[in-house]
Design a protein around this ligand. Structure first.
Ligand SMILES: Cc1cc2nc3c(=O)[nH]c(=O)nc-3n(C[C@H](O)[C@H](O)[C@H](O)COP(=O)(O)OP(=O)(O)OC[C@H]3O[C@@H](n4cnc5c(N)ncnc54)[C@H](O)[C@@H]3O)c2cc1C
Length: 393
């Protein structure tokens, strides 16, 4: 299959797409706006099978080399006693580790940093993609994996909805080796939750510096969902210490001092001691606002939009990277089964992936409501298990 393909956005969705389309024989290139290799400092992620499918099925790489594993889900009460325990295994990693490992599998001359797409023109015979540096490329297929602020989505589907959920995630990490012995023992083999009024927090181990997954050398990672009203309160939080206007996140080290003081004080007052130890000890906490983004279509002409560029879902199913990867696998399958006929492939692909995105969005919205608004989060509820296609799947 000698299709020329441009993938815009060189993160997990974009690289997975490029690997799969390269394997089909396409001449595929990834264009990433960032000038240097990406670095989502400190962002731990729960890893579902779809995220690491390429490593397992094509790369011959065991994800356990860069993922930590836990065997239980535990809920704590405020006093630190165990509220509920489920024997259930999860795999965790850091966004950086997955990105680095994927990039290693892609030929260097197919990955172009510092190439920001500024425009595209779709015609019957191909798409012209134009970059901020004035260059352009002509391709048979444009795959937009340009994330939550996708300009492709904005141009193709201006009526797509983007709604702030009403809460943000405070996030951070602390080296396991700095934890007290009791806290390390408590957290080392579990994802540990605490449910608080209008809020919940989770802590899990992720690989340490250099990617080590040896217990004691990893990082304890927390994600704390807290309500922040839209408008001035959210704007103030996201402005950070340098007062910049931001819509999605405040990077590590850029939260304003009063915001850091406030969340550490609240942690001391409201969180179970082992969880509070991680939260108050994290040196460079950061914040991500949580959005629901929904499209009514994922293709237009010869353009396909995938991953967070299409549906950005609340993180409660831990399925964001899995969805991006699943979109990529489904696209490769569609191109293969339609022998590279772009129109037929995209039509078949869109049908299936719209359903995946809609179901996940609705499920995560519901979990978020139960936690952040209705206070109806039941630790024993099996529907809270992470999964892309449903709990545990
Ligand atoms: C609080 C929180 C917790 C999360 N937890 C998890 C979890 O546990 N597990 C999980 O799987 N997922 C999790 N996610 C979601 C996950 O991070 C995203 O779903 C995933 O990164 C989406 O990947 P993507 O490739 O679609 O987009 P992105 O990772 O957003 O990448 C988009 C890329 O496109 C580039 N780009 C943008 N515009 C242009 C342009 N014009 N030209 C060129 N390049 C461009 C950007 O620089 C970026 O590199 C979480 C998210 C949040 C907010």
């Amino acid at each position: 299959m000698r299709l020329h393909v441009a993938v815009v956005g060189g993160s997990i969705g974009g690289i997975t797409t490029a690997l799969l389309l390269r394997d089909l024989g396409c001449d595929v290139h990834v264009y990433e706006r960032s000038r240097s290799e990406l670095d989502a400092r400190g962002a731990g992620i729960a890893v579902l099978d779809a995220t690491v499918r390429y490593f397992v099925e094509r790369g011959g790489i065991d994800p356990d080399g860069f993922c930590s594993r836990t065997s239980a889900i535990r809920y704590l009460w405020r006093d630190g006693s165990c509220r509920h325990r489920i024997d259930h295994g999860y795999r965790f990693s850091s966004w950086n580790a997955i990105y680095r490992e994927l990039l290693r599998l892609l030929d260097a001359d197919r990955y172009h940093l510092g190439r920001e797409m500024t425009a595209f023109a779709d015609g019957p015979d191909g798409v012209r993609v134009t970059f901020a540096d004035g260059g352009s490329t002509d391709v048979d297929l444009l795959v937009a994996a340009d994330g939550i602020n996708s300009i492709t989505r904005g141009r193709l589907f201006p009526t797509a909805t983007s709604a702030y959920s009403g809460y943000v995630a405070y996030r951070g990490t602390l080296a396991e080796k700095t934890l007290t012995g009791a806290t390390f023992a408590e957290l080392r083999d579990a994802i540990t939750y605490q449910v608080i009024t209008d809020s919940h927090i989770l802590v899990y181990p992720i690989p340490g510096p250099g990617g080590t997954v040896v217990p004691g050398e990893r990082l304890a990672n927390f994600v704390w969902y807290r309500n922040v009203a839209d408008g001035a309160p959210l704007d103030r939080l996201l402005a950070g210490r340098d007062g910049q206007e931001r819509r999605v996140s405040v990077p590590p080290g850029m939260l304003a001092d009063d915001a850091v003081d406030e969340f550490r004080d609240t942690a001391r007052r409201e969180l179970a001691p082992p969880i509070a130890e991680v939260v108050t000890g994290a040196e460079t906490p950061f914040v991500q606002a949580v959005y629901d983004i929904e499209v009514s279509a994922m293709t237009a002409g010869r353009v396909a939009v995938l991953g967070d560029a299409a549906f950005a879902v609340r993180p409660h199913a831990a399925a964001g990277t899995a969805k991006a990867a699943d979109d990529a696998w489904a696209l490769a399958d569609a191109l293969r089964s339609h022998s590279g006929d772009v129109a037929a492939s995209l039509a078949a692909w869109e049908d299936g992936q719209l359903t995946v995105g809609r179901r996940l969005l609705e499920r995560c919205r519901d979990i978020g409501r139960r936690s952040q608004r209705d206070n109806a989060w039941d630790p024993a509820d099996p529907s809270l298990i992470f999964g892309l296609h449903g709990p545990g799947r």
